[in-house]
Design a binder for this molecule. Structure first.
Ligand code: FES
Length: 295
């Protein structure tokens, strides 16, 4: 039996996500909201805390476990539990509501950094947020109904919240696994283990940055205080070109969202990036700059 992959339909959920990616009417309001978020939460400690720079891992995916787990557990108790389980279900709904707030704020900061150069990602993120806020509203109404003694109504509202939660979770998964939001953008790079030519030594002035290629990977070389440094050029956060950034206090600052990576080892001095930058050794041989992986 043969399978004609060329005519196989994409799964319906994938096609739905593709349709959301094409809703251009979202661009204006989405950029207005994203700009406001970036204006309120600027690069610094708060943004680092919300992005997961301190943790070395994107924070939002971890936080989502709490409301999803609590609300899903409440829904299962509503569906299959006994009357004696009602107080536990009500508490679980409350836990989910409390956890949803920091989860939403961390997601908003991540979303606000999705760039206009890839507006389809921002559109999906906007719908993801709206659907999840809808889930939060349903569960909040559910909690209120339960507290008022109308558990049956609270259960129905909880089921509606679960449906919205599932849709929002799918779009969140599409953003992460399908579009790479929150993923280390350098994860598939394979820094060369052998010395590789990058540029002429004369092309890199003191205090300058220069882009090149080593072993098929993009790198940026810098000269500070007469010393050579080299990192992967594609920013681990959202792929910004570090060679277009600037040098500050032993770091290179990404031109897109101002993450600062230490030149010496690629570690994150300031977020929002959560992942370090691959670092290279650098030397000059016969008037040429060469690099090889430090790993
Ligand atoms: S792409 Fe966002 S800080 Fe570099």
């Amino acid at each position: 039996m043969s399978v004609d992959a060329g005519t196989s339909p994409r799964p319906a959920a994938h096609r739905l996500a593709g349709l959301v990616e094409q809703i251009t009417a979202l661009d204006g309001p989405a950029e207005a909201v994203a700009g406001a978020v970036r204006g309120i939460i600027k690069p610094g400690r708060v943004k680092d805390a919300l992005s997961g720079s301190w943790l070395g891992h994107a924070l939002h995916p971890l936080l989502t476990d709490v409301p999803i787990g609590a609300w899903t557990s409440a829904t299962l108790l509503d569906a299959f539990g006994r009357d004696a389980d009602r107080p536990a279900a009500t508490r679980l709904v409350a836990v989910g509501i409390g956890a949803a707030v920091p989860t939403a704020v961390s997601g908003m900061t991540d979303w606000s950094d999705t760039t206009l150069s890839d507006p389809s990602v921002r559109r999906v993120g906007a719908v993801h947020a709206v659907v999840n806020v809808t889930a939060l509203c349903f569960y909040s109404a559910s909690w209120w109904a339960r507290r008022s003694g109308d558990h049956r109504r609270g259960t129905r509202l909880g089921f509606a919240g679960a449906a919205a939660l599932g849709a929002g979770g799918f779009l969140g998964g599409h953003l992460s696994y399908g579009r790479g939001v929150g993923v280390d953008q350098t994860v598939f790079e394979q820094p060369t283990q052998d010395w590789a030519d990058v540029a002429a030594d004369a092309d890199l002035l003191e205090g300058g940055l220069h882009a090149g290629s080593a072993g098929g990977e993009d790198v940026v070389v810098a000269r500070v205080g007469g010393e050579l440094f080299a990192l992967a050029d594609r920013c681990s956060h959202r792929g910004g070109p570090l060679h277009e950034g600037k040098l500050l206090d032993g770091c290179v600052e990404c031109p897109w969202h101002a993450t600062r990576f230490r030149l010496s080892d690629g570690s994150v001095e300031r977020g929002p990036a959560a992942y370090p930058q691959p670092a290279y050794e650098a030397r000059v041989r016969d008037g040429r700059i060469e690099v090889r992986s430090k790993g």
